[in-house]
Write a protein that binds this ligand. Structure first.
Ligand code: GZL
Length: 335
């Protein structure tokens, strides 16, 4: 019986056609990934990977809004990650951006230390890094292109100088309690330093308690409650940001004291809620720290992507506010 032979010719033709399609496709894909500019988006937009500290305060929310709006305005594809104030989440996000071959990485480091390894991975991958808002303590300055943000030591110093002037007629001890920002963060370390250096001018000014409230309202309230229980005479509160000061207001009034009068309150940031408390006389002085870094960040991202030289450090313009100045500024306050 004649053995039925099925011809393999049509099958071979189909296999050849399939292999051709696959080969062409892979060459095209490989060509796209080399441009780097699309990081999976398929367009030739600059792709910026951003790791944000979290959403802990009004300042942070305003900072995130500024970055997202500026990226859209600049035609930059923004990949955004909220680290919920955890360094390990920021390191994970940066590694993801490296794997995705983004064009530029930017981040606000939640704490100063522990970044060298992941920053070296970005450098080895040829991806430039921009620091915004907070700094790192890496000795190797080649690990990032530039720092964009505030001079936190100056913010602390301005706060201390205002207090020295405001309490110069004091004849006895002026007891200060300090609500520090996130432990290990550049703003907490530097604001503490600047403030302490400034108040050394008046030996009556004494910090009797200092503890982190982690930049949050809840943290500020909780720690202020502890301060009030442990210290019968508190004359001044220095809070490293408005949000902790606003949380402390609740504890102070619950203790039957009048904020802004029984306890002089100095904070840093100048977000809207803080400025309202200042205008209402509940706060006495605020040193501004601007969160509106978005437009400058996008400009820097384009420059470093184009291989242009940028300054190693770019500081934001900031001022200070008294209650009267807050009343004038509030109507036009952007954040
Ligand atoms: C300062 C920023 C701080 C703000 C806080 O640049 O890092 O973090 O002062 C925020 O309000 O949480």
């Amino acid at each position: 019986m004649r053995k039925m032979r099925t011809s393999l010719r049509p099958w071979r033709a189909a296999a050849t056609a399939l292999a051709t399609v696959l080969l062409v496709g892979s060459v095209a894909a490989c060509g796209n990934s080399d441009t780097g500019g699309d990081a999976g988006s398929g367009s030739d937009k600059l792709v910026l990977g951003f790791s944000q500290v979290g959403a802990e305060s009004g300042w942070r929310t305003a900072n995130t809004t500024s970055i997202k709006e500026a990226a859209a305005e600049a035609g930059i594809e923004l990949k955004f990650d909220d680290a919920q104030q955890k360094q390990e989440n920021q390191i994970k996000a940066i590694r993801n951006y490296i794997q995705q071959k983004v064009d530029v990485i930017a981040f606000s480091p939640v704490v100063e230390s522990g970044w060298d390894t992941v920053l070296k991975e970005a450098k080895d991958a040829g991806i430039p890094v921009i620091l915004t808002d907070r700094a790192v303590d890496s000795a190797d300055k080649s690990l990032y292109k530039t720092f964009l943000g505030s001079d936190f030591v100056k913010e602390g110093r301005l706060s201390g100088e205002w207090l020295v002037e405001n309490k110069k007629s004091a004849t006895g001890p002026v007891n200060i309690v300090e609500l520090q920002g996130t432990t290990g963060s550049a703003p907490a370390n530097d604001r503490k330093k600047g403030f302490a250096e400034a108040i050394a001018a008046n030996p009556n000014l004494k910090i009797v308690a200092s503890q982190s409230g982690d930049f949050t309202r809840a943290g500020g309230k909780q720690v202020m409650e502890q301060f009030l229980r442990a210290n019968p005479k508190i004359d001044v509160l220095f809070a490293h940001n408005d949000d902790m000061g606003l949380g402390a207001l609740e504890a102070i009034t619950a203790a039957g004291k009048t904020p802004g009068k029984d306890i002089t309150i100095i904070t840093i940031d100048a977000v809207k809620d803080g400025m309202q408390a200042l205008a209402d006389g509940k706060f006495n002085f605020i040193a501004e720290c601007s969160p509106l870094l978005g437009p400058q960040l996008m400009d820097l991202a384009k420059k470093v992507h184009a291989g242009e030289e940028v300054p190693p450090r770019i500081e934001t313009e900031e001022t200070t506010f008294t209650p009267e100045q807050a009343k004038e500024a509030l109507p036009n306050r952007k954040y």
